[in-house]
Design a protein around this ligand. Structure first.
Ligand code: KDG
Ligand code: MG
Length: 409
């Protein structure tokens, strides 16, 4: 079974996605997600210009060898663009192998360790009443774990908080709604945030009781000592996790946070290699790893990372916002089902236009996701539908302090 072609599809059904389609000489196709939000075309070029010519004629069944060939062979290792490209090839080859075997991918990864993957959704509100409505809407949709984000008094807009209550507060504003050629700029104030967030969790616990797993994303905005304080202040509200408290690339920052708080910590959506985690795992500084299949070298890369985390009793929390395409999401679900150290799966539902292009088979029942038993990943790509949604540039926002200094987010 040889690779006959490797084609890159860039499409924008509600938001931009880059998909690799590998076809074999016996007519099987495999899909891989290569979407890097705000930098999509760089991965498309890496794949088209530098990877596709290397793939043609290769044995499609040699997944590990192809991974090593692209990773080691390029000399320039790691990095979000390279690893998204490697991920797309790897995922597409796993899709093909599982289709050839006539099995859902999770069977090739060792079979199911559970009946489904507990998913969390994104509730948000510009103020507390709007947030409580959004939590209610998520519970009605079947979610059994919920991420909580709100507006901050004094700040005009906050990333991760929907600018309208329509849709139950689920959507980010940079999906396509505020698509523009340049990134939007938001103003940030960490002291205002630190004062406000504990009052939000107090209100959510008062309304929904102690049992509901609640999560929160700090989007890398705090210093270690600020994060330590927030972790302590949130202890009474028993969070499932506090995510991305500090800029993720500074692994040793987590030591200070860990010394001060028992609030569980999650990090890693911007990481692209197991090497980004070595201090975090060996010193048990986090509780959940957040990498996506799409950004961490595919099914092979993420499986290696999750196995390494498992040795330290650290669990998975695979990144699953809407900029992970349904292909990346399906790959995550197969891993969620198979690995022993599963923790939780992020699940923001894709827009209807996205689901016109990507035909999914995964299910969401009683708060649990299942990848389905369709052979392969269980996702189809409708090329005619994809052509109806041409690429348009869209960027994440840039954060500044009141005096204009660029800030982390
Ligand atoms: O592309 C960036 C988004 O995927 C990210 O900001 C979403 O933080 C996020 C999350 O936890 O889903
Ligand atoms: Mg996040």
């Amino acid at each position: 079974m040889r690779i006959a072609s490797a084609d890159v599809v860039v499409t924008s059904p509600a938001r931009n996605f880059v998909t690799l389609v590998i076809t074999t000489d016996d007519g099987l196709t495999g899909l891989g997600d290569a979407t890097l939000n705000g930098r999509e075309l760089s991965v498309a070029s890496y794949l088209r210009d530098h990877v596709a010519p290397l793939l043609e004629g290769r044995d499609a069944s040699r997944i590990e060898d192809t991974w090593q060939y692209l990773y080691r062979g390029a000399y320039w290792r790691r990095g979000p663009v390279t690893m998204a490209a490697v991920a797309a090839v790897d995922t597409a080859l796993w899709d093909i192998k599982a289709k050839a075997a006539g099995m859902p991918l999770y069977q090739l990864l060792g079979g199911a360790s559970r009946t489904g993957a507990l998913a969390y959704g994104h509730a948000s509100g510009r103020d507390v009443p709007e947030l409580l409505d959004s939590v209610r809407a998520h519970l009605e949709r079947g979610y059994r774990a919920i991420r909580v984000q709100t507006g901050i008094p004094g700040l005009d807009s906050v990333y991760g908080v929907a600018s309208s209550a329509a849709g139950g507060g689920e959507r980010y504003d940079y999906e396509p709604a505020r698509r523009r050629p340049l990134p939007a700029e938001e103003t940030w104030d960490t002291r205002a945030y630190l004062r406000h967030v504990p009052t939000v969790f107090e209100a959510v616990r008062a309304e929904f009781g102690p049992g509901l797993p609640l999560l929160h994303d700090g989007h890398h905005r705090m210093t270690p000592i600020q994060a330590a304080r927030l972790g302590k202040d949130l202890e009474p509200y028993d969070l499932f996790w506090l995510e991305d408290a500090t800029p993720a690339e500074d692994q040793t920052a987590l030591r200070l946070i860990r010394q001060h708080t028992t609030t569980p910590l999650a990090i890693g959506e911007v990481f692209n290699s197991a090497h980004d985690y070595t201090v975090l795992l060996q010193e048990r500084l986090i509780d959940y790893v957040r990498s996506a299949v799409t950004h961490a070298g595919g099914v092979t890369g993420l499986r290696r990372l999750l196995d390494m985390a498992g040795h330290f009793g650290i669990r998975s929390g695979i990144h699953g916002p809407t900029d992970i395409s349904p292909v990346g999401m399906a790959a995550a679900l197969h891993l969620d089902l198979a690995v022993h150290n599963f923790g939780i799966q992020e699940y923001m539902r894709h827009a209807p236009e996205t689901l016109e292009v990507f035909r999914t088979s995964f299910t969401f029942t009683d708060g649990l996701l299942h990848p389905s038993d369709t052979p392969g990943l269980g996702v189809g790509l409708d090329l005619a539908a994809a052509e109806r949604f041409p690429y348009a540039p869209a960027y994440l926002p840039v954060n500044r302090l009141a005096d204009g200094t660029v800030h982390d987010w």
